[in-house]
Design a protein around this ligand. Sequence first.
Ligand SMILES: [Zn+2]
Length: 328
Amino acid sequence: MFEFDRGIHVQGTSLWLDSKIGREFSFVSHAHSDHVARHQRILATPQTLRLLARHFQARETTSLPFGESVEIADGGTRVTLFPAGHILGSAQILVERDGKRLVYTGDFKMRSGCTTEPIEVRECDMLIMECTFGRPGYRFPPREETIDKIAAWIDSVHAIHGVPVLLAYATGKAQELAKALGDRGYLISAHPHVHSVCEDYTALGVRFENLERFVITNYRNRVVLFPPNKRHSGDLMALPKRRTAFVSGWAMGEAAPAQIHSDAAFPLSDHADFDELIEYVRQARPSIVYTTHGFDDFGKHLKAAGFRVKPLAEAKTPTGQLALFEEE
Ligand SMILES: [Zn+2]
């Protein structure tokens, strides 16, 4: 039903799933740049197309809202998009043909956020799953607990008349922070890139309180929100008594703040943690799981939980074709 060659190709159709190289027709699961290439035609949710539009224009787009199905032009194959809970508009895809069901998750998380659609899990025969945090060391604390800790850290920096600077990915994570902290009454001063993505989120129905675009002269009693790749920018360096905190799933562990050269680190993630990955597979009840991203040893944990599993990259026969439903 599919083959893997620097992307996942749905056999018998022209459709690829999150292909890393430009194709005639590809599903794009969400608006992170590592999931999109210069395709001629894109299948995505309306939210993802809106978020992509600032940076990228496909020649042709097929906008498919959550829960709606479409027969792809090649015939005999139906696809449906449903929420992945990763960032706003992020989708999983269900491919149905000859009574068989394939689900590709893209990036996902099980826990809810305040700017993303809640995830849905659908039962399937074959599951291709993103497993970024597939190690038992990655068990994230409850979201509200982490937001409480970030708020306490901000208060402690304000108490010494310093400027708290949160470093978070510009699309998705930054909006989660802007929304959660803005709703608690903190005045958020967002890097222009972060702010422009917030404007897209607003157009898509997410309301932000206490949000302004960063201006170098206005930093008192603000929370400055910048993407990690701008952490050495002159604007930040000019802020007196600045303290930085990196907000990411990679912030697990005592050594994290030193590794990422920040004063603090908080594990708020847009990805599933170890327990969420296992729980997802329990609910989807696939007969085989193909794993992508993450650590090599995650497959062992899934096998121990009673599932058949293969790394996607190794799931190739010498002809490049995947023989699905074969017995090992
Ligand atoms: Zn992503």
